[in-house]
Design a protein around this ligand. Structure first.
Ligand SMILES: [Zn+2]
Length: 79
């Protein structure tokens, strides 16, 4: 399962391959965000402008896409 090595978050991750459409200081860090369950499985995904194709690939290969901790902003993620 994904785990942030900085803050220990295991549930909320984003993808650096999907930058936010409109960068905002306090906005989301990624246009593709995912929630993982306690077992490390992808529970649901939220796309706010990410391309459909990328969303599909991310769903099939979350490990290859979700590399940003949405809790602390770190990209120090261990799978
Ligand atoms: Zn973190």
């Amino acid at each position: 399962m994904p785990r942030c090595l900085i803050c220990g978050n295991t549930t909320h991750f984003g993808s650096s391959q999907c930058p936010p459409e409109v960068p905002e200081a306090n906005g989301p860090m990624s246009s593709l965000m995912a929630n993982f369950d306690q077992e490390g499985y992808l529970e649901n995904m939220e796309s706010i402008g990410a391309e459909e194709e990328i969303s599909q690939h991310a769903w099939e290969d979350p490990q290859g896409y979700f590399d940003l901790c949405l809790e602390c902003g770190s990209n120090n993620i261990q799978w």
